[in-house]
Ligand binder design. Structure first.
Ligand SMILES: [Ca+2]
Length: 228
């Protein structure tokens, strides 16, 4: 056996591993701000990220309709005015929840036994008329649909190799009251325009403020914001 070749191979692997480590740039969801690195324009990450791991089962009741399709909701509490909000949704969930992530009960129950169950995501961001943290559970209505996205090539492809996962960004416009990203509750509606919504997902919200919380109901969000 020629040990020099084995050594070379091992050295090559070590170099490849360290290059990969250097190239790792955190979450796939990046902000609209970019900087030039070695002549290549690269998007900068958000200062803060909040993750939510969920699962939609066949028996999960839809919470509304979007363009005739069954829609499900996530609610995000943003504790201060932000200059920009970014949202991504990837299905199936690929990461493992950490202690600071929000995890739906159904995800804990079903993801492990159905790790490859996924759907083609489509997300819509609305601003709700709830700005008082003590009144989140009282509900509210959408003031404005801010933006939406179906497919983004910035995110990892699905297991079928298709870039069908979703990513959106909304920049605050403080001169326009309906487009100023004030403190309050934002709703992320999700659905699918290719097949049904069934399987696991990981939703991520990026902003420049800490303390964003995500829940699947306003009651749950109220408790997270006011008791935790
Ligand atoms: Ca999609």
């Amino acid at each position: 056996m020629d040990f020099s070749i084995v050594k070379k191979a091992a050295f090559g692997l070590a170099v490849a591993a360290s290059l990969t480590a250097c190239m790792s740039t955190g979450p796939a969801l990046k902000s609209s701000n970019s900087e030039s690195v070695a002549g290549v324009e690269a998007r900068l990450p958000y200062a803060n990220y909040t993750n939510y791991y969920g699962y939609v089962d066949q028996g999960t009741a839809p919470q509304g309709k979007y363009k005739g399709k069954d829609a499900y909701y996530l609610y995000a509490w943003v504790p201060a005015a932000v200059d920009e909000i970014g949202v991504s949704m990837v299905s199936p969930a690929e990461g493992t929840p950490s202690d600071s992530d929000f995890v739906n009960e159904l995800f804990t129950e079903l993801h492990e036994s159905n790790p490859n169950k996924f759907f083609d995501t489509y997300i819509v961001l609305d601003r709700l008329d709830i700005i008082d943290n003590a009144k989140i559970k009282d509900g509210g209505k959408s003031l404005q649909t801010l933006t939406y996205n179906d497919d983004s090539s910035e995110l990892p492809a699905n297991p079928g190799g298709q870039s069908y996962n979703s990513l959106l960004r909304q920049v605050s416009d403080i001169s326009n009251p309906t487009k100023a990203l004030v403190r309050g509750v934002y709703r992320i509606s999700f659905t699918s325009f290719r097949g049904d919504v069934e399987g696991s997902f990981e939703a991520t919200v990026g902003t420049n403020v800490p303390g964003v919380k995500i829940a699947s109901s306003l009651e749950e969000l109220h408790n997270l914001v006011n008791e935790g």
